[in-house]
Design a protein around this ligand. Structure first.
Ligand code: ARG
Length: 420
């Protein structure tokens, strides 16, 4: 039996003595740049950097690669995973109407299992024994990444220096200075902590931690302030086939491009700002400012169509599964079999979700205004206030009501002590 005192807290954590070549998930920012150097010095190990493109706007991957190599990485791999992210992750989320809490469409939560899966693939391909990431010990991302690595690659170990070292931002900046690591954007004011991809953007830190502090304008990096949005409303139409958005305003385009264009429309009209207090996996309650212009259009459009083609029973049941799906994904359990079991049902339900939805965008609001579907469980003839002829017999309704209310009436009578 091994001595519990010398056993690592978790099976997947690296023993420093066994760290020789590290696959570092590298963003080019301060934390992971300091890590790139620190790992080489601390473990006397080689570093292979991996940067994943999930459609976050405004990245210069040549600059990131150059920086990694300059800081001593033996290789820097840039992977364009936008297509896989859109198809295998965001599309499932759309079909699951996936939102956590009161409005977080899970863009970060969806991206992490893919990033970690790619880390595993590239670690194996480049002979690494360890994967390093820049997550703190307070967040959800460590759970998502560690859980993915431990699930997919039990032979690989993990180091998370930010979780271990006790450097604050000032020490990190000092370390960067001492080691010739460029710090962009000045060093006085800590910037917002940003995470983004083609499905959304989050900001944390600074005044956002004061719950009574309304959003300052400089936090918005994606979405126009509703006050500044155009005075003229715009209707965007989204066409779906079996739950997948395939065309925008009548033009068929690939999913990545469709997500980008939907975000552009939403952003212009100030749509998709979410000021969110969130229950994290690890118990903390934290505030995030989200900008999710594409999700603010596509999720309501999808949900509208799904409800149009579903029966009352399907429409009451699926949100329960959707909510469970969103929580599993939020909570870092992408590889949990229940998630794929749920996906099987969600896929089946989406078989019917074909049609077109129009959404009106105006100064921060996105409202469904039109919907059509060949599969709609809807018959204007039946729904009309005018007489429907033999299709729907209003004469049958009283008999239905008699039986429908039978138990309720019996219970009411017994509980109110009424006699006879
Ligand atoms: N609260 C969100 C989540 O847990 C967004 C996290 C943003 N991540 C980050 N590293 N800043 O998914």
């Amino acid at each position: 039996m091994s001595d519990p005192a010398t056993q690592p807290v978790a099976s997947y954590l690296a023993d420093p003595a066994d760290v020789h070549r590290v696959l570092l998930l590298y963003s080019g920012g301060l934390d992971t740049s300091v890590m790139l150097k620190w790992i080489q010095d601390e473990y006397d190990a080689e570093v292979v950097a991996l940067t994943v493109n999930l459609g976050q706007p405004g990245e210069d991957y040549d600059v990131i690669r150059g920086k990694a190599l300059q800081l001593g990485a033996i290789d820097c791999r840039i992977v364009d995973a936008r297509e896989e992210f859109a198809r295998e992750y965001v599309l499932r989320a759309i079909k699951a109407n996936a939102v956590y809490g009161l409005g977080y469409p899970l863009f970060t939560a969806l991206g992490r299992p893919l990033i970690a899966k790619l880390a595993v693939e590239h670690a194996r391909a480049s002979g690494c024994d360890t994967i390093a990431h820049g997550c703190t010990g307070k967040g959800n991302d460590q759970v998502r990444i560690d859980a993915t690595v431990a699930t997919l690659a039990p032979e690989l170990k993990v180091v998370a220096p930010v979780r271990e070292w006790r450097m604050g931002r000032e020490e990190e900046v000092a370390y960067a200075r001492d080691h010739g690591i460029p710090v962009k954007g000045g060093t006085e004011l800590a910037p917002y902590s940003i995470d983004d991809n083609l499905w959304g953007r989050s900001s944390e830190g600074r005044w956002i931690e004061q719950l009574d502090h309304p959003p300052e304008d400089d936090v918005f990096g994606l979405v126009t302030r509703p006050e500044d949005a155009p005075d003229v409303a715009e209707i965007v139409t989204v066409e779906f086939e079996r739950g997948a958005p395939v065309a925008l305003n009548g033009e068929r385009i690939g999913l990545v491009e469709l997500l980008r264009q939907a975000a552009e429309h939403g952003a212009r009209h100030g749509v998709g700002i979410v000021d969110h207090i969130e229950d994290r996996i690890v118990g903390l309650k934290v505030r995030d400012i989200y900008e999710v212009p594409a999700a603010a259009i596509l999720l309501p459009a999808h949900q509208e169509l799904e409800r149009l083609v579903g029966t009352i029973h399907q429409n009451q049941f699926k949100p329960l599964l959707d909510q469970r799906w969103a929580y599993l994904v939020y909570a870092g359990l992408w590889w949990e079999p229940l998630r794929s079991d749920l996906d099987a049902y969600i896929e089946a339900a989406n078989e019917q979700v074909t049609g077109t939805v129009g959404i009106k965008l105006y100064k921060g609001s996105a409202r469904v205004v039109t919907r059509t579907s060949p599969n709609a469980v809807y018959d204007a003839q039946l729904a009309t206030f005018a007489e429907s002829g033999g299709l729907f017999s209003q004469a049958a309704s009283p008999g239905f009501i008699e039986l429908w209310s039978l138990q309720s009436r019996m219970a009411w009578r017994m509980r109110s002590g009424a006699t006879g």
